[in-house]
Design a protein around this ligand. Sequence first.
Ligand code: IPE
Ligand code: IPE
Ligand code: MG
Length: 245
Amino acid sequence: MFFQKKTEALSIDTSRLPKHIAIIMDGNGRWAAKRALPRQAGHKAGAEAFERLITDAKEMGIEHITVYAFSTENWKRSQEEISAIMDLMRYYLKNSFQRFLKDNVRMHIIGDISRLDEDIQNQIREVEEKSKAKNGMTVHIALNYGGRDELRRGIQQIAEKAANGLSPLEISEELIEAHLDTAGVPDPELVIRTSGETRISNFLLWQIAYSEFYFTDVLWPDFGKKDLEKAIYYYQNRERRFGGR
Ligand code: IPE
Ligand code: IPE
Ligand code: MG
């Protein structure tokens, strides 16, 4: 099903890169615990790894990166940890994201932002507004995101349309796709999860129907360019069948 290749020299075929890589950035807490640091320190290191990843992926020519930053389930964590993550988000919206924008990167937030603090929501709207003029790589940040919640919100909109005359027979896969946060974005060919966990944790449930999965024991803050290359190498050595033979 999945495994980590112990290959030394990885030859990546740059003509067959995945267009969209989705990443479950997991293991920040364990990274901090290993160093006897507070969990927040792990999130800070994780945010730095994210920044490096965007630079590397952009250089490689990846078109879309989606990262899971905060799930609809992460509200179960302590207030202290949630505040630290939200403060990091504030910092990134004002600093790194602005730098990405200058580099022609489009920033797009997926998830239900209405539950976030007003100042963060405003900052997100500003960043997305500025992104409209960009045509480089797109970075999708999943924030208060849950795959089930995304489907629920999409279904709600479709039901609204049905109540106003849309025929149930018109509900196609394309119509559902158009009501997701990722409308118009190609499905991820490759999903990466760090830290040794091998579950989806409510990430992109609809979009991963035919994704390849790469799991690695590396903790997210330690994830670097070599790891990204390993994941892409793994992906390129899969035979994708899509139900055919
Ligand atoms: C991932 O790291 C970041 C978020 C979920 C916000 P974790 O905080 O889940 O790290 P572990 O799993 O406890 O090591
Ligand atoms: C998934 O990681 C969510 C993010 C990386 C933001 P979690 O650490 O929250 O997932 P579980 O609890 O291990 O399933
Ligand atoms: Mg975790």
